[in-house]
Design a protein around this ligand. Structure first.
Ligand SMILES: Cc1ncc(COP(=O)(O)O)c(C=O)c1O
Length: 364
């Protein structure tokens, strides 16, 4: 068959080990998954209540315009309805953007390491990719500017960045945006926006009027605790959103997901509570790292990228045997580190104990 050239060198997405798999493998009663940056507190009680008896006609296609959710988000962010695009997770928005703008002989720029779906989708479309190494976990935006050429179509910014968690200071970001040619789409992926507590961080939606070539990606998968429903959205200039909408599948969000997100959006209290609890637990990780002389990136998210005293795969396997699933930095481009989702107080106490055992075994 006449597959795209690019597919020859690519691998299908490999999901991490599931809780059940690890329980079976190591004969464990209790396993905690801290590998995919999900919300350890679940989702809002109002969502759980709604899910007891959702009433909707399942024989009818979903509202392909997501009318209610669209209008709620438009009000929340004070933007026009036509400024919003919904995706089956922000994953799908990344693929819509790539499909609409990237092809052979186009060029795209992204940090490294970062969320792998930017490169994955760009490869499928056959675009040339320039990866700009992070500097101390931060995007090197001057190097991004130097890499721009007349074929550059999309620049990917992950803010805060996955897997490091660092946030770009506003002034650095706005200076960069002023210098990027207006015919390049700058994607600002803010999947972890709700977890940011840096008081200096502004809501980047405010920059849209000034920079019509930016698009902001957010998701219901992280702080809202709704990863299973696959719902993400983008906020951009209506002219950009109109083009992207041409690529979107007509019914890409299911009715239940749209209804659930509507309920979730009513509950700001849940998000605030999760942000506050996460911040307290995040500080515990930073203290643990500093107490034990382990490097940790300055995260503003619900995960930490922490140094380990041995090869990252070995450390992950050790933690796995002790009942904790984390992501090895070897797979993320950050050797000698593991990425750990910040859990509940109890879960974190558990992983610190497992970490103590690891440090002891390695003579630290
Ligand atoms: C930076 C970043 N962007 C996008 C996504 C995808 O999220 P979604 O569940 O909305 O597809 C993730 C998920 O881990 C992420 O870390």
């Amino acid at each position: 068959m006449k597959w795209k050239e690019a597919l020859k060198e690519m691998e299908p997405y490999k999901p991490g080990r599931s809780i059940e798999e690890v329980k079976d493998l190591y004969k464990l009663k209790e396993v905690v998954k801290l590998a995919s940056n999900e919300n350890p507190y679940g989702c809002a009680t109002s969502v759980m209540e709604f899910l007891k008896s959702p009433s909707m006609p399942f024989q009818i296609y979903p509202d392909g315009h997501a009318t209610n959710l669209r209008s709620k988000l438009a009000t929340k962010y004070n933007v026009d309805d036509s400024s919003i695009l919904f995706g089956n997770g922000s994953d799908e928005i990344i693929s819509i953007i790539s499909r609409a703008l990237l092809r052979e002989n186009t060029h795209t720029i992204m940090p490294a390491p970062t969320f792998p779906q930017y490169a994955h989708n760009a490869k499928i479309e056959g675009a040339d990719i320039t990866e700009i190494p992070l500097v101390d976990g931060l995007h090197d935006l001057n190097a991004f500017l130097s890499a721009v050429n007349d074929r550059t179509a999309v620049i990917w910014i992950c803010n805060p960045n996955n897997p490091t968690g660092n946030l770009i200071p506003n002034d650095v970001l706005t200076k960069f945006l002023r210098e990027v040619p207006r015919n390049i789409l700058v994607v600002l992926d803010e999947a972890y926006f709700e977890y940011v507590t840096d008081p200096n961080h502004i809501d980047l939606v405010r920059l849209l009027n000034q920079f019509p070539n930016i698009i902001i990606l957010r998701t219901f998968s992280k702080a809202y605790g709704l990863a299973a429903f696959r719902l993400g959205y983008a906020i951009g200039s209506p002219s950009v959103i109109t083009e992207l909408n041409k690529v979107r599948n007509p019914f890409n969000n299911n009715s239940l997901a749209l209804a659930v997100a509507n309920v979730a959006l009513e509950d700001d209290g849940f998000i605030e509570e999760c942000r506050r609890k996460n911040e307290v637990q995040r500080e515990r990780f930073k203290s643990y790292a500093s107490l034990n002389g382990l490097h940790v990136y300055d995260t503003q998210t619900n995960f930490v990228l922490m140094e380990v005293p041995c090869d990252a795969d070995e450390a992950s396997e050790f933690l796995l045997k002790n009942g904790f699933i984390v992501r090895s930095g070897n797979a993320l481009g950050t050797p000698m580190h593991v990425r750990i989702t910040i859990g509940t107080e109890e879960q974190n106490t558990g992983i610190f104990l497992a970490f103590d055992l690891l440090l002891k075994e390695k003579g630290r």
